[in-house]
Write a protein that binds this ligand. Structure first.
Ligand SMILES: Nc1ncnc2c1ncn2[C@@H]1O[C@H](COP(=O)(O)OP(=O)(O)O)[C@@H](O)[C@H]1O
Ligand SMILES: [Mg+2]
Length: 270
């Protein structure tokens, strides 16, 4: 479990970026964190593997405090982070070397290392790019290399911080499907976005505003909240907007999260 209690974070310039945040994330969950630019999403997730440390309050990963220096290696193995800009994460000359780098530092024997690297590459459909330079690949493929670099470490929790925001629509959808699969295989996923349409399949949707968690619930419940759009600068996906209007007008009885669900609801109402 990741257990965040009364977490505050103030940047050196005095900006209060997190204001008394409480949040628990269980093993295996698929959580989407959404919110406007500057609402504190990146600051929050960087606390989950101790890239940032609490100003006050605490962050515990499987019982280990991120403020405890000696527990850092274990925490970093447990929680992996993938960022918006994959290029900032590459360390190797080839895709293969890049993935091996993190493992070398943990003292994995070479034979096992090769097996783990091959498995991670094949899970991301990158086996044919082993000898390529990460920088020679397309944006979507570079992002996959960055994800494989985290998968290879075998984390229990993976954080994706706006990883699809620089990609075109097809690459974005493909990557989101891959991330959902990672979750189905048992890894908890914390997916940060400012696009609510990416949250429909999540177990929980968390909305942040001005350094606070302002809503935390199942997507269908969160989409019903009247304060959601006007209050926090987020745009409802068109299907959800339509579904909400039909529900407000008493035509359907619950928020439909997909086209199929909407058709079902409409058929029921006729
Ligand atoms: N390194 C930094 N130094 C000072 N202020 C920062 C820094 N990083 C982020 N901030 C500020 O903290 C707030 C939260 O930022 P951030 O966590 O990046 O939000 P989000 O990821 O939701 O866009 C913003 O007001 C931002 O300007
Ligand atoms: Mg951010």
């Amino acid at each position: 479990m990741i257990e965040i209690t009364k977490l505050n974070h103030t940047y050196p310039d005095g900006k209060l970026a997190l204001d008394s945040v409480d949040l628990c994330i269980e093993k295996g969950e698929f959580i989407v964190i959404a919110g406007n630019n500057g609402s504190g999403k990146s600051t929050l997730v960087r606390h989950m593997n101790a890239l940032l440390l609490p100003g006050s309050g605490s962050v515990k990963v499987n019982g280990l405090l991120t403020s405890e220096k000696s527990d850092l290696p274990q925490i970093r193995r447990t929680v992996g982070l993938v960022f918006q800009d994959p290029d900032s994460q590459f360390v190797g000359m080839t895709v293969e070397e890049d993935l091996a780098f993190g493992l070398e530092n943990t003292g994995v024997p070479p034979e096992k290392m090769r097996r783990l690297v091959d498995k991670a590459l094949s899970s991301m459909g990158l086996s044919g790019h082993k000898k390529s330079s990460p920088r020679s690949l397309s944006g979507g493929q570079r992002q996959k290399v960055a994800i494989a670099g985290v998968i290879v470490m075998g984390p229990e929790y993976m954080v994706f911080d706006e990883v699809t925001s620089m990609l075109d629509l097809p690459s974005r959808q493909a990557l989101l499907e891959i991330i959902k699969d990672i979750n189905k295989k048992g890894t908890a996923v914390i997916y940060v976005t400012h696009r609510l349409d990416e949250a429909v399949d999540a177990d929980r949707l968390i909305i942040m505003d001005s350094g606070r968690i302002v809503i935390d619930g199942k997507p269908a419940e969160v989409f019903m909240r009247p304060d959601l759009v006007r209050g926090y600068g987020l745009e409802l996906p068109p299907l959800i907007e339509l579904s909400r209007r039909l529900s407000d007008a008493g035509i359907i009885s619950r928020i439909a999260l997909s086209g199929d669900e909407l058709v079902e609801e409409l058929c029921l109402s006729m």
